[in-house]
Design a protein around this ligand. Structure first.
Ligand SMILES: [Zn+2]
Length: 140
Protein backbone atom coordinates (compact mmCIF):
# COMPACT_ATOMS: atom_id res chain seq x y z
CA UNK A 1 0.00 0.00 0.00
CA UNK A 2 1.21 3.47 -0.75
CA UNK A 3 -0.91 6.41 0.22
CA UNK A 4 0.41 9.84 -0.47
CA UNK A 5 -1.26 13.03 0.53
CA UNK A 6 0.18 16.51 0.05
CA UNK A 7 3.65 15.53 1.20
CA UNK A 8 6.51 15.11 -1.17
CA UNK A 9 8.97 12.25 -1.31
CA UNK A 10 10.00 10.60 1.91
CA UNK A 11 13.31 10.63 3.69
CA UNK A 12 14.81 7.18 3.24
CA UNK A 13 17.39 7.60 5.99
CA UNK A 14 14.73 8.61 8.49
CA UNK A 15 12.45 5.74 7.51
CA UNK A 16 15.33 3.26 7.89
CA UNK A 17 16.18 4.68 11.33
CA UNK A 18 12.57 4.51 12.53
CA UNK A 19 12.37 0.90 11.35
CA UNK A 20 15.70 0.02 12.98
CA UNK A 21 14.88 1.43 16.40
CA UNK A 22 11.26 0.19 16.60
CA UNK A 23 12.21 -3.18 18.22
CA UNK A 24 13.92 -1.28 21.08
CA UNK A 25 10.62 0.22 22.24
CA UNK A 26 9.67 -0.41 25.85
CA UNK A 27 6.02 -1.41 25.49
CA UNK A 28 5.34 -4.28 27.92
CA UNK A 29 1.70 -3.27 28.46
CA UNK A 30 0.33 -2.36 25.05
CA UNK A 31 2.85 -4.35 22.96
CA UNK A 32 2.45 -1.43 20.53
CA UNK A 33 6.07 -0.76 19.64
CA UNK A 34 6.82 2.50 17.89
CA UNK A 35 10.08 3.78 16.47
CA UNK A 36 10.41 7.36 15.37
CA UNK A 37 13.07 9.39 13.66
CA UNK A 38 13.25 13.12 13.22
CA UNK A 39 15.56 15.19 11.06
CA UNK A 40 16.43 18.34 12.93
CA UNK A 41 18.99 20.94 11.89
CA UNK A 42 20.30 18.46 9.31
CA UNK A 43 20.83 15.43 11.55
CA UNK A 44 18.71 12.33 12.19
CA UNK A 45 17.67 11.31 15.69
CA UNK A 46 15.77 8.22 16.79
CA UNK A 47 13.35 7.56 19.62
CA UNK A 48 11.04 4.81 20.84
CA UNK A 49 7.96 4.78 23.01
CA UNK A 50 8.60 4.14 26.70
CA UNK A 51 5.61 2.89 28.66
CA UNK A 52 5.10 3.11 32.41
CA UNK A 53 2.91 1.10 34.78
CA UNK A 54 1.47 4.48 35.70
CA UNK A 55 0.03 4.74 32.19
CA UNK A 56 -0.26 8.53 31.80
CA UNK A 57 3.50 8.78 32.19
CA UNK A 58 4.12 6.86 28.98
CA UNK A 59 6.08 8.89 26.42
CA UNK A 60 5.66 8.44 22.68
CA UNK A 61 8.51 7.66 20.30
CA UNK A 62 8.16 10.95 18.47
CA UNK A 63 8.61 13.01 21.62
CA UNK A 64 11.60 10.93 22.71
CA UNK A 65 13.21 11.52 19.32
CA UNK A 66 12.59 15.24 19.67
CA UNK A 67 14.16 15.17 23.14
CA UNK A 68 17.28 13.48 21.77
CA UNK A 69 17.57 16.12 19.07
CA UNK A 70 17.11 19.02 21.46
CA UNK A 71 19.68 17.53 23.82
CA UNK A 72 22.13 17.52 20.90
CA UNK A 73 21.48 21.18 20.22
CA UNK A 74 19.21 20.82 17.19
CA UNK A 75 16.40 23.33 16.95
CA UNK A 76 14.54 23.13 13.64
CA UNK A 77 12.35 20.19 12.66
CA UNK A 78 12.66 19.23 9.00
CA UNK A 79 11.10 15.75 8.62
CA UNK A 80 9.61 12.89 10.65
CA UNK A 81 9.25 9.13 10.15
CA UNK A 82 7.22 6.85 12.41
CA UNK A 83 7.25 3.06 12.34
CA UNK A 84 4.62 0.87 14.02
CA UNK A 85 3.10 -2.52 13.30
CA UNK A 86 -0.27 -0.97 12.52
CA UNK A 87 -1.89 -1.35 9.12
CA UNK A 88 -2.32 1.18 7.71
CA UNK A 89 0.72 2.69 9.46
CA UNK A 90 -0.17 4.93 12.41
CA UNK A 91 0.21 8.66 12.27
CA UNK A 92 1.51 10.57 15.32
CA UNK A 93 -0.99 11.11 18.15
CA UNK A 94 -2.47 14.53 18.76
CA UNK A 95 -0.07 15.33 21.57
CA UNK A 96 2.95 14.55 19.44
CA UNK A 97 1.57 16.59 16.56
CA UNK A 98 1.52 19.56 18.92
CA UNK A 99 5.12 18.96 20.03
CA UNK A 100 6.29 18.50 16.43
CA UNK A 101 4.62 21.80 15.57
CA UNK A 102 6.56 23.46 18.39
CA UNK A 103 9.87 22.75 16.61
CA UNK A 104 8.74 23.37 13.01
CA UNK A 105 9.48 26.75 11.46
CA UNK A 106 7.29 25.86 8.45
CA UNK A 107 4.83 23.02 9.14
CA UNK A 108 3.90 22.87 5.45
CA UNK A 109 7.52 21.97 4.64
CA UNK A 110 7.82 19.16 7.20
CA UNK A 111 7.02 15.72 5.80
CA UNK A 112 5.65 13.16 8.25
CA UNK A 113 5.89 9.60 6.97
CA UNK A 114 4.26 6.61 8.66
CA UNK A 115 5.57 3.15 7.81
CA UNK A 116 5.38 -0.40 9.07
CA UNK A 117 7.77 -3.36 8.69
CA UNK A 118 5.64 -4.77 5.86
CA UNK A 119 6.48 -1.84 3.65
CA UNK A 120 3.21 0.04 3.88
CA UNK A 121 3.60 3.79 3.83
CA UNK A 122 1.56 6.96 4.27
CA UNK A 123 2.79 10.52 4.27
CA UNK A 124 1.50 13.97 5.03
CA UNK A 125 2.86 17.39 5.77
CA UNK A 126 2.81 18.45 9.40
CA UNK A 127 0.45 21.27 8.39
CA UNK A 128 -2.02 18.65 7.17
CA UNK A 129 -1.81 16.73 10.44
CA UNK A 130 -2.31 19.75 12.69
CA UNK A 131 -4.00 22.54 10.75
CA UNK A 132 -4.46 25.83 12.58
CA UNK A 133 -2.42 24.47 15.50
CA UNK A 134 -1.72 26.55 18.55
CA UNK A 135 1.86 27.82 18.68
CA UNK A 136 4.08 29.97 20.82
CA UNK A 137 3.68 32.98 18.53
CA UNK A 138 0.15 33.26 19.92
CA UNK A 139 1.36 33.71 23.46
CA UNK A 140 1.40 37.29 24.76
ZN1 LIG B 1 2.33 10.59 20.53
Amino acid sequence: MSEEHGAGGGDGELEALALAVQPRAYAPYSKFRVGAAVRMSGKAYGGVNVECASFPLTVCAERNAIAAAVLDGASELEAVAVCSDASPPSSPCGGCRQVLLELAADPAAVTVTAINPRGERRAWTLAELIPHGFCGRELP
